[in-house]
Write a protein that binds this ligand. Sequence first.
Ligand code: FES
Length: 127
Amino acid sequence: MPDDLPALPRQKIVLDLDWLPEPIAGPHAVTFLPRGRQVVVQHGQSVFEAGKAAGVYIPTTCGGKGTCGRCRVRVEGQARPPTYIERQFIPRSDLASNVRLACRLRVEDDITVTVLREDGIARGARD
Ligand code: FES
């Protein structure tokens, strides 16, 4: 470095990495209770798609578009906070007990899912 250049003031550099896409992780295992059927899906696929792949029936009239609110599941494991659409369909008390819409819930870790009937009872529990 030449001696005649003025010294620049030191600056703190802050890296904001939030804008970077998340690293692709996975695949992840999704286990459907009560039968324990398990399927491995790619990171970011919906629980609804995982259910189809596992041959697990998830109630729907919209086919996974997020407009019917019938695809309720209870999830155990890491999951993002509920989406706006989930908050429109699911009462706050149910959201607090990890009830989610299968078509809006993205798989981002190994999870266990119980498909719920419309009355909130687990499918297969009394069927
Ligand atoms: S399948 Fe209709 S809201 Fe999820």
